[in-house]
Write a protein that binds this ligand. Structure first.
Ligand code: PLP
Length: 386
């Protein structure tokens, strides 16, 4: 079997190796809010530790976390989930992995709008499925349209993966847009895996609409959520999935045969984050909004541009020509930016979109500003002939 390493993990690892070797690397490749954990999270973890909550957890998650997660979805996004419609996983990524492992039969197709999160096609192929990539364009807000979805649906189509809010583009779907896509999914009897891990990172009062809020589509919608981004808990590895009973049962069995569940301490920390979701998320969201603005302002100043700030997620996704870069290969651009300017970014090609580059605004604002200055100098010297 041909195994593809995750492009983002690979670049992040290389950047970290260089940092360990003492090189001053600006790491804009990682998709994580680099924040101290909120004190509520720290206290909950310490308390759980002191109380000896360190034994194996229930495979599908501790009841308190499933309850808190369901209440969070219901309160924030007008869903109507009960705790037994929820299963806890070690991160959202592993939920997607298990879902594709369970749902795919050989040659089944998974419809994936591009630009996509790097792992969707790779995991699909890992389980013998076929990734059906549907390109979207900046002019359509990087969003899949119902017409596009209809064109690619046929008898082997089994799953649509919708990433709302989107990594890498920050695209956000409206209620009407989701409604229309779900109607097509129903017509072609598709499962919809709605990857909503960035739901807590929407800015400028943009409302977030969850696919879990459409009661009439409940039997085909699987919502994947995570504490990683919305609560800045990447290293704790806590995700949760809301799905119909057959899927919950299957994931529970697969978890029982693989990880035996999600680390107990992490689950107690996540429970506290979710029980105080407004407080914890507004800390994370507020910090990231500052970082987003710092990155966009630095960019616009250094490159004399008027790039609009992304509405959601953790990334700026910019085209190389916008930066005055006459390089066709985004891979080559990113390799050079790391080698020559010490700035780690991710090539658009990893997301199925050549000619673009993704910059994360998870780092602190000062580092972001310095990174943009280094990148602007590099672009000037390497590509604009000065
Ligand atoms: N989905 C998307 C779109 C992501 O960008 C990520 C992480 O980068 C994940 C899922 C998985 O996150 P985690 O496994 O940390 O919950």
């Amino acid at each position: 079997m041909k195994l593809n390493e995750s492009a983002t993990v690979a670049i992040n690892s290389l950047a970290k190796q260089k940092i360990a070797a003492g090189i001053n690397i600006f790491n804009l490749s990682a998709g994580e809010p680099e924040l101290m954990p909120h004190p509520i999270i720290v206290d909950a973890a310490l308390q759980a530790l002191k109380q000896g909550k360190t034994l194996y957890p229930p495979v599908a998650g501790i009841p308190e976390l499933k309850q808190a997660a369901s209440q969070w979805m219901n309160h924030e996004y007008q869903c109507n989930f009960t705790a037994d419609q929820c299963v806890v996983t070690p991160g959202g990524k592993f939920a997607i992995y298990l879902l594709l492992q369970y749902l795919l039969k050989p040659a089944d197709e998974v419809i994936i709008p591009a630009p996509y999160w790097v792992s969707y096609p790779s995991i699909t192929e890992l389980f013998g499925g076929k990734a059906c990539i549907v390109p979207t364009r900046a002019e359509q807000g990087w969003k899949l349209t119902p017409e596009q979805l209809i064109t690619v649906c046929h008898t082997r189509s089994r799953i649509l993966i919708l990433n709302n809010a989107c990594n890498p583009t920050g695209a956000l779907y409206s209620r009407e847009e989701l409604q229309a896509l779900l109607a097509v999914a129903k017509q072609y009897d598709l499962w919809v895996i709605s990857d909503e891990v960035y739901s807590g990172l929407c800015f400028d009062d943009k409302p977030y609409v969850s696919c879990g809020a459409f009661a009439q589509h409940r039997e085909r919608v699987i919502v994947v959520q995570s504490c990683s981004k919305s609560f800045a808990m990447t290293g704790w590895r806590v995700g949760f999935t809301f799905a119909p009973p057959t899927i919950i049962q299957a994931l529970t069995i697969l978890l029982g045969q693989s990880t035996s569940g999600t680390a107990t301490l992490s689950q107690w920390a996540a429970t506290a984050a979710l029980q105080h979701s407004t407080l914890v998320n507004s800390y994370v969201n507020g910090e990231l909004k500052k970082r987003r603005n710092a990155l966009v302002n630095a960019f616009n100043t250094a490159f004399n541009l008027q790039i609009a700030a992304p509405l959601s997620s953790l990334y700026l996704f910019v085209s190389l020509p916008t930066l005055g870069v006459n390089e066709l290969s985004s891979q080559r651009f990113c390799e050079r930016a790391l080698a020559e300017a010490n700035v780690a970014t991710v090539p658009g090609i990893a997301f199925g979109q050549e000619g673009f580059v993704r910059l994360s605004f998870g780092a602190d604002p000062e580092r972001l500003t310095q990174a943009v200055a280094a990148l602007a100098d590099f672009c000037q010297q390497a590509y604009r002939g000065h």
